[in-house]
Design a protein around this ligand. Sequence first.
Ligand SMILES: NC(=O)c1ccc[n+]([C@@H]2O[C@H](COP(=O)([O-])OP(=O)(O)OC[C@H]3O[C@@H](n4cnc5c(N)ncnc54)[C@H](OP(=O)(O)O)[C@@H]3O)[C@@H](O)[C@H]2O)c1
Length: 193
Amino acid sequence: MRKLTYFIAASVDGFIGRPDGEAGFFTEYVDEEFFEFLKSEFPETMPTHGRQPLGIDDLENQQFDTIVQGRASYDLALEAGVTSPYAHMRQYVASRTMEKSPDPAVEIISEDLRGRVRALKEEGGLGVYLCGGSVLAGELLDEIDELIVKTYPLVLGSGMPMFASGFGLERFALESVRTFGNGALVSRYSRER
Ligand SMILES: NC(=O)c1ccc[n+]([C@@H]2O[C@H](COP(=O)([O-])OP(=O)(O)OC[C@H]3O[C@@H](n4cnc5c(N)ncnc54)[C@H](OP(=O)(O)O)[C@@H]3O)[C@@H](O)[C@H]2O)c1
């Protein structure tokens, strides 16, 4: 069975964006060293419209070939006029309100989200990238097999939590930590079942 991995950028105090979710300020940490890391290990996590101007849209997927995101996260692409933000992967957007997908490359999941994600995990191939945001990660917490947290040296005080979910003790084991010159960390945790 392949994994569902929540790959997410966060502050030291665990927030993934401002209270409204806006997270553009994290990109200041994508300096040359961090960009090289993303390019070699997680190129598919960069959206197609970000890869094209950099001439790296032909990089092979390394970890994931399928992405699941929430409707509010997908809205950010739509607002930028992009209907297929991760054209190099199979794309799913969870939404109960979108009646029709604006792009043939994007499938809307409106019912039985967990069942659909479980079925995706049972397929072969590279992993499934849970892109966020907070609401979707909270809904899918039980299905998450792996966390990869890009922690940037910032304290926000308040903001959008990594998971919009109730209190619980969800146990993960630390697999690796990589440190970067600018103070960023990338920590990989696997679910203890
Ligand atoms: N720091 C990072 O790396 C990072 C990564 C990704 C996103 N973000 C931030 O996260 C913010 C968005 O997060 P968010 O928590 O507000 O929203 P979200 O999780 O992206 O999307 C929530 C929406 O997903 C749909 N949904 C959730 N559960 C569902 C279910 N069981 N079945 C069907 N549809 C379901 C609903 O859409 P409908 O309302 O249409 O039904 C819900 O309103 C953005 O501002 C973005 O900047 C940050």
